[in-house]
Design a protein around this ligand. Structure first.
Ligand SMILES: Nc1nc2c(ncn2[C@@H]2O[C@H](COP(=O)(O)OP(=O)(O)O)[C@@H](O)[C@H]2O)c(=O)[nH]1
Ligand SMILES: [Mg+2]
Length: 697
């Protein structure tokens, strides 16, 4: 039913729908679009169909894994909803949704209340100062409690939240809302699924409650500007019109966060919410535009949300569909665009033709002749443009501020189930990365494993499911090997002498070397102290080469031996039999002879971990860190939450995310940064040595 009608910048509202997984976002968007008449059927997440539940993986897991647009038309405006994943494992798409939206609709379940995912998305919005409103969803559910959830919002997110409607009845009894602006009750007509209601006087028994809430909102609005304050103090009631204007401004400035309530299942509260989104959320024209940079430079350019500006748009999502090819979803920041025109991808130095310019409604796409500044669209088959790239008019190439994707810290080793699968990995893994920048994979030649990285174990699992479905490639996963190293801790010296003088041409090389430790990160250094040509200078580099190559396989467990200096101070040669190769072998022999005397140790990678957790779990998490040979570096409490910083050996961090989640009911998360190498304790070293022996047997 979607029309290819054109919407001007002023008519558009871009709203990211955000919240914890299972809060009711996908159901709410479905119900809103149905109530607005923009979708054909009312969906159900539980039955595997909802407007923005698109991929088979989403249907299978019954959760949103991607940032998916859907639009509807209300009061001559077009709302672009961006459905986002609520689970931390898929938060890359959530960040993308926040980046391209002009407002956030935070969905909080009426029984579950504020959860860790709610706090996370709140944080994302804070970073971008995104105007926000709340919807307390699932008001029809048993034990729904509006007051309770409102209290949690105030305590855990912001004390600037304020209800503009309150429920009549809760749980099974939820049957209407009181609109605090119009001072009228809306009693819903059950069974209509388009959100129809009957307007009535406020029920007698709710009158005093209404007055309490109304006073609160009137006072809040009165303080937003002096004119209203005067009116209010003079005993006047702030009119609906004034209230909407003041609230929209307050929302825009981050001073007010209006709260609504609804039931998506019953389609209760849909119409009021649709109307308020249009009235309260800014259109792209009101946002003031963005600051971009000239491609490859730091020089700033203001890009304004107007059709008269040169075109610029940010690609926020890429999907590869078999039969369709690559689809690129973008948000226009400035200018307008017509189907089939050419634009530039200045960073990559390519020109792209915008084929099949469309708007997206979940899975479906509708071609449009033109899109205006601020709108969200999709095109097919760009040649070389990917998520986070800017497309712009050649008259003014720019680079828009990119999406700040979270870093992919969770690693798994993968290998193809069959030889054919294994061979295809190199081609298929980069495609998955193009679709989802928070996933990456590459072959690590030291570990001899393909290491895949993502935001969490579920994230990686879903990527592999997708890989199997789309490309027919199956993998098994295993723990990534640890990139151990070896080094020496004390100086020693000795000789390497290579002599082969039987049959054919002889070989002769002889060197004396000292090996001594260097500081971490200094690598390998070679010092030539040969005097009087006891080794001809043309052969000395071969000694160095022999040592360096031998050090690739350390003497304890075969890991590269690093951070040492080799000094060649003596030796001898033979005028006929000496050669480069003979001195290389002599260098290698000297290394193997001397290194064991230098008290070698095994080094392991250490990761600096920052765990963010509610205070109540701090004790347990610290205990666990200690049991993982971790060292706590510091703690920063911050309003009920604590960030614990610790250095933990990488070998102890396999599946740490899942463990943290189960230990804290999903309320703690962590980030990782590589922090260097440290010697492993003796008993761990013995285990590593034993394992390397086993592997080489
Ligand atoms: N009773 C009730 N259940 C709902 C409502 N909205 C969503 N649900 C259910 O809650 C679950 C999660 O909903 P979903 O929309 O997928 O949440 P999301 O993860 O935030 O997108 C599903 O089983 C929905 O059927 C509602 O208004 N009332
Ligand atoms: Mg969802």
């Amino acid at each position: 039913m979607a029309s290819a009608k054109e919407y001007t910048t002023e008519q558009i509202r871009n709203v990211a729908v955000l919240g914890h997984g299972g809060a009711g976002k996908t159901s709410l968007i479905d119900a809103l679009c149905f109530a607005a008449g923009s979708s054909r059927r009312k969906g159900s997440v539980d039955e595997g169909h909802a407007l923005t539940l698109c991929t088979p993986e989403e249907v299978k897991h019954e959760i949103s894994l991607q940032c998916t647009p859907a639009f509807c038309e209300v009061h001559d405006a077009k709302i672009n909803f961006l459905d986002t994943p609520g689970y931390l494992d898929f938060t890359g798409d959530t960040v993308a949704g926040v980046r391209v939206a002009d407002a956030g609709l935070i969905v909080v379940g009426a029984t579950a209340g504020v959860e860790v995912g709610t706090e996370t998305v709140w944080e994302y919005c804070e970073r971008r100062k995104l105007p926000r409103m709340f919807c307390i969803s699932m008001m029809d559910k048993e034990n729904a409690n509006f007051d309770n959830v409102y209290k949690q919002i105030k305590e855990r997110l912001t004390d600037k939240a304020i209800p503009v409607e309150i429920p009549i009845g809760e749980g099974e009894d939820f049957r209407g809302i009181i609109n605090l602006f119009s001072a009228r009750a809306h009693i819903f007509k059950p069974g209509t699924s388009t959100g129809e209601y009957e307007e009535q006087d406020i029920p007698e028994e709710l009158q005093s409650q209404f007055e309490e809430w109304e006073t609160e909102i009137q006072e809040t609005l009165a303080t937003t500007n002096e004119e209203l304050l005067e009116k209010y103090l003079d005993g006047g009631r702030i009119s609906r019109e004034d209230a909407i204007e003041a609230m929209a401004l307050g929302m825009f400035r981050g001073e007010i966060f209006p709260v609504f309530c609804a039931s998506a299942t019953k389609s209760f509260g849909m119409r009021a919410l649709l109307r308020k989104i249009v009235e309260l959320c800014p259109s792209p024209a009101e946002t003031g535009g963005e600051i971009a940079t000239k491609p490859g430079m730091s020089e700033e350019v203001a890009v304004l949300p107007s059709d008269s500006e040169p075109f610029s748009a940010l690609i926020f999502k890429t999907v590869n569909e078999p039969h369709v090819g690559e689809l690129s979803f973008f948000r226009i920041v400035s200018g307008s665009i017509a189907n089939g025109v050419e634009v530039e991808n200045a960073e990559r130095g390519t020109t792209e033709k915008l084929h099949h310019l469309s708007i997206a409604q979940g899975k479906e796409r509708f071609e449009v002749p033109r899109l205006h500044a601020g709108d969200i669209g999709v095109v097919a088959k760009l040649k070389d443009s990917h998520t986070n790239d800017t497309l712009s008019a050649s008259s003014r190439p720019v680079t828009l501020e990119p999406i700040e994707f979270p870093s992919a810290d969770i690693a798994l080793a993968v290998k193809g189930v069959t030889r054919i699968d294994e061979d295809k990995l190199g081609e298929v893994l980069p495609k998955l990365h193009e679709e989802d920048p928070t996933f990456s994979a590459e072959f690590n030649p030291v570990l001899r494993q393909t290491i895949a990285r993502g935001l969490g174990e579920l994230h990686l699992d879903v990527q592999f499911e997708r890989m199997k479905r789309k490309y027919g490639v199956s993998v098994v996963t295993e723990a990534p090997k640890i990139a151990y190293r070896e080094t020496i801790t004390k100086e020693a010296q000795g000789q390497g002498r290579f002599k082969k003088q039987s049959g054919g041409r002889g070989q002769f090389g002889d060197c004396k070397v000292k090996l001594r430790p260097l500081n971490e990160g200094e690598g390998f250094n070679f010092k030539n102290s040969i005097k009087g040509g006891v080794i001809p200078s043309k052969y000395v580099p071969s000694v160095a080469k022999g040592i360096e190559e031998a050090a690739q396989h350390g003497i304890l467990a075969g890991y590269p031996l690093v951070d040492f200096e080799a000094e060649c101070y003596d030796g001898s040669y033979h005028s006929v039999d000496s050669s480069d190769i003979a001195f290389k072998v002599a260098g290698s022999m000297a290394f193997k002879k001397v290194a064991p005397d230098c008290r070698p140790v095994i080094l392991e990678p250490i990761i600096e971990v920052a765990v963010s957790t509610p205070d109540s779990f701090v004790g347990e998490i610290m205990g666990d860190i200690t049991s993982r040979r971790g060292k706590v570096q510091g703690m920063e409490p911050n309003g009920g939450k604590t960030t614990i910083r610790a250095k933990i050996p990488e070998a102890e961090l396999y599946k740490y995310a899942a463990l943290l989640r189960s230990m804290t009911q999903g309320r703690a998360n962590h980030t990782r940064v590589f922090a260097g190498y440290e010697a492993v304790p003796e008993h761990e070293a013995q285990k590593i040595i034993a394992e390397s022996k086993k592997a080489n047997d």
